[in-house]
Design a protein around this ligand. Structure first.
Ligand code: GYE
Length: 308
């Protein structure tokens, strides 16, 4: 006869973990790599991923989160396009007892229990690294002043706010370094090019340095600089952030001087954290990613090792 057992179902018979993930958009090479990392990691972990692209609009993210709540997913994960304005929808998730994990970007909320953890980079430190590279460059430059233009990321986003603050912290008090123009390029190539064209028009040949909050805007700006008859990487020194392949190609071509690494490969850590939360385990409130700085001199050697 066949024994009837009431023991708990074995692990392989358990329902797969369901994660609702609201992505910022597809604005940059970084973002494309980040999306691929999350999708790949979900597949490998046997997680059912409900993926929504917000096209860089907060209202779309709020809608996606509400739909994840209605579908009763196990975990909601999202990369918030901007920092503020999340209290209401996150309170709804909490009331529905669905844990929220933030990836990449942080939020500004009145109640810190509205999310379990933030997995992502230290953007202030990235801004500092960019600033430190420039301070070293300035020491060797014979120029009395270096006029800097800054291409900021998406207005109100954590990386734009923090990369600006970290950079300013390091360069302030250095009499040689002066930010003459700063404007958003929304983290895209097209906007980076457009805003750089406006900077060049307004400043003529007086721009010495471009600090771009991401590689894509720097790559767009490089086009604008070339079209203006100047040499990117020489007439204008260019510093950017992310470390995507396009940046390494630009460095190898001598058009970009340095990129500060920001890893988009957050998928595996997200899947691990989600499984732990589902199993009722405590996870750290902040999970930071380790990253480096790559000047143009090491670009050719490092290029084959780049995974995004
Ligand atoms: O640097 C930029 C992207 O949030 C860290 O978003 C991310 C930033 C990244 O569009 O390229």
């Amino acid at each position: 006869c066949v024994a009837v057992t009431t023991a708990a179902a074995p692990a392989y018979a358990q329902k797969p973990l369901v994660i609702g993930f609201s992505q910022v958009g597809a604005e940059s090479e970084w973002r494309t790599a980040n999306t691929a990392s999350v999708k790949d990691a979900a597949k490998k972990a046997g997680v059912t991923l409900k993926f929504a692209d917000a096209q860089q609009r907060q209202e779309n993210q709020v809608k996606a989160i509400r739909s994840f709540i209605a579908q009763r997913v196990d975990i909601i994960a999202f990369s918030p396009v901007v920092e503020s304005g999340w209290d209401t929808v996150l309170r709804e998730a909490k009331a529905a007892k669905i844990p929220v994990i933030l990836t990449d970007r942080s939020v500004n909320v009145s109640d810190p229990t509205l999310f379990v953890s933030l997995i992502g980079s230290d953007f202030v430190e990235e801004g500092r690294k960019a600033g430190r590279w420039l301070v070293e460059y300035a020491k060797k430059s014979p120029a009395a002043t270096l006029n800097i233009v800054e291409l900021q990321g998406t207005v109100g986003s954590a990386p734009a706010i923090d990369r600006k603050a970290g950079f300013e912290e390091i360069i302030k008090g250095n009499p040689k370094l002066k930010v003459v123009r700063t404007q958003t390029g929304d983290f895209t190539r097209a906007k980076g090019k457009e805003v750089m064209e406006a900077f060049l028009k307004a400043q003529g040949k007086s721009i010495n340095v471009l600090y771009a909050h991401n590689d894509d805007m720097a790559i767009g700006a490089i086009q604008a600089i070339e079209e203006a008859g100047l040499k990117p990487g020489k007439d204008i020194i260019i510093i950017s952030i992310d470390g995507v392949k396009g940046a390494f190609e630009a460095m190898i071509a001598g058009k970009l001087n340095v990129t500060v690494e920001c890893s988009p490969l957050l998928g595996p850590q997200l899947m691990e954290a989600a499984a732990a939360v589902k199993a009722g385990k405590a996870i750290p409130k902040r999970i930071v990613v380790n990253e480096g700085v790559f000047p143009a001199e090491v670009a050719a050697k490092e290029f084959p090792n780049r995974k995004y």
